[in-house]
Design a protein around this ligand. Structure first.
Ligand code: MG
Ligand code: ZN
Length: 239
């Protein structure tokens, strides 16, 4: 029963699971100190270029939208769980006001090492912190998504790896002014970052040659400079 069963392809519940920081919203820059943090208050929310249009395109194409985000701030003692939850709720409301439904938000607040004043219950290894696939698997189960018809979209190799681990398709947003908090890959000290001005082609070649990534087959299926570009490729994909 239900319209989902009418027609072959229509029976699949398609989904797009989105990273939050650097994918949907920008990081927060303190003008005076130059410090950069992730958003931890509703007032911090700044949608990145192409996000509204990209999400609308995906929603109209029939994709269920969800968010999977690592938020280690409470484990590190930077801010509390309530700050994360309020901020996420405000983001969902902001998008709903624009006609974009977010079906669920899955959050990992753990951190392997924690920090001064961090919640000890959140410190230590877990199965949900990306690049592990736990958050993605949780959303697939909760929302009844068909993995073969579901994507993850993020701005780091960690997002791509989490999607690969869960057996879904992967999209990577790579903009020249990408999130400084999210290096594309774990860097040995002294290695140059990829934050500055690299183009998608260069990025893909870096992903290709990075032994950590190739070990996990983490090349993204699609890339683009904005969420809108990635969304267009997802909608055009046969998956
Ligand atoms: Mg990110
Ligand atoms: Zn976790």
């Amino acid at each position: 029963m239900g319209i989902g069963e009418i027609g072959g392809a229509g029976a699949k519940r398609r989904g797009v699971i989105l990273d939050r920081d650097g994918t949907l919203i920008d990081v927060v820059r303190d003008e005076e100190t130059g410090a950069i943090t992730t958003a931890f208050h509703p007032d911090h929310i700044r949608l990145l270029p192409g996000v509204e249009e990209g999400l609308a395109l995906l929603a109209h194409a029939g994709f269920v939208l969800a968010i999977a985000t690592n938020q280690p701030g409470p484990a590190k003692g930077h801010f509390g769980r309530g700050a994360v939850e309020r901020t996420n709720r405000a983001l969902v409301e902001r998008l709903a006001e624009r006609g974009i439904p977010i079906a669920s938000v899955a959050v990992c607040m753990h951190h392997p090492d924690g920090g001064p004043g961090g919640d000890p219950l959140l410190v230590g290894p877990c199965d949900c912190r990306k690049p592990k696939p736990g958050l993605v698997v949780q959303l697939i189960d909760e929302l009844g998504l068909a993995p073969e018809a579901t994507w993850i979209v993020g701005d780091t190799a960690s997002d791509v790896e989490a999607g690969r681990g869960a057996g879904i398709h992967t999209g990577l947003i790579f903009a020249p002014n990408r999130c400084e908090l999210c290096p594309l890959r774990p860097e040995p000290s002294g290695a140059e970052g990829v934050q500055t001005g690299a183009e998608t082609g260069q990025l893909v070649s870096r992903l290709t040659i990075d032994p950590h990534l190739t070990k996990h087959s983490s090349l993204p299926d699609v890339t683009g400079a904005t969420l809108l570009e990635v969304a267009r490729k997802i909608v055009a994909s046969p998956c």
